[in-house]
Design a protein around this ligand. Sequence first.
Ligand code: KIV
Ligand code: ZN
Length: 452
Amino acid sequence: MDRPRIIIFDTTLRDGEQSPGCSMNVPEKLRLAQQLDRLGVDVIEAGFPIASDGDFEAVKQIANSLRRPVIAGLARACAGDVDRAWEALQGAAHPRIHIFLATSDIHLQYKLRITREECLAQAREAVRHAKTLCQDVEFSPEDATRTDVPFLCQVVEAAIEAGATTVNIPDTVGYSMPEEYGQLIRTLYEKVKGIDKVVVSTHCHNDLGLAVANSLAGVQSGARQIECTINGIGERAGNAAMEEIVMAMRVRPDRYPFETSIASEQLFAASQMLAEITRVPVQPNKAIIGRNAFAHEAGIHQDGVLKNPLTYEIMTPQSVGVPDSRLVLGKHSGRHALALRCEQLGHQFERRELDEVYRRFVILADRIKKVQDSHLLELIQDVSSGMVSNSEVSGHKRIFPPATANLSQPRAASVAAGAGSAETYSANAGPAQVTIPFSDHHTEQEDYLWGV
Ligand code: KIV
Ligand code: ZN
């Protein structure tokens, strides 16, 4: 049976751009939008056209240049905003107007200073107006998770009656818990007339670190669109991270039997591009695309990964576009990883020789933390000359013949595994050949051992 498809709605260029220090100019937004297109996202929220001329221009240019994805423009629930969004979207092959209006009492009372009745009427009116311009209209009751549930049901029903084709349920302040968020989506399915005719969407913020968990709980309860951002950027603690959502569904289809249109091998490139444009680096331990996501420093881990990547990796680096797995050479590294790196540098050792290289390597690593190729070559040379002079004294002849690592010979690794698709390790897959390439990477990466 076909798995339900989850629509991936990317809001990196709108909600993501609202994170401090992440603003982008028009050419940068266009460049990133092209990468989002390569990535295969279904909907790109390109901006909030009424917010500034720059935002208007970015939405316009993206709408004019990308033909495959839906292009959305955000609008508050008033005619001026909706008209401006529509103006920016004129050139889009697949335009969407996305209207939002807060519905929680705290927002109504302190921010909007309107009653629930006025809120209901405003939502209905704005969606009706948008519908006269554009077939594809999304409605978001802002702060939905802190809204009185019967009132939320009333507003969502009114928006559907007025013509909304997608209803999005934002956890605007990242307050919800996964079970609670899932329950809210189920309640809406039970209580709201017409909800089966529209797409229900999740939009979760990460204030308690639960944005991805909440989004996944939402799709388990019937939501079929997830709003998310690259690297999880967004207001305050950010939005649900696209790379985590997509890979959670890929790696665990037993728990999340859903499809997306995302070309996961483009995730790393998208992440790198965003970090480069915004100059906001990705934290090293960030799941899926962080520098350390596939790095193994501890000797036991390195040994395991070299014998079978499945021991410590649940997806291949290649499946998310990371060129190769990285074994960092540091003080916790083991002999096995060191020997491999030496081999890649053209030096093969016998046991006794390796012992000496390893002994000096540990002393060096203790001092400089990460041992780079240049350090290792120096160390090998030192050890080599020391051993030669010792051996002359002791009468031994052969020490450290400059060996050429047999790199044309792929290293066999049995890649068995989790329950993933072809891009992740497959549980039933037989042994696979994993080639260990020569290091041709740039200096920043030279301190990594490109092992498997
Ligand atoms: O977090 C939020 O409520 C939003 C809406 C505009 C959808 O970003
Ligand atoms: Zn948001």
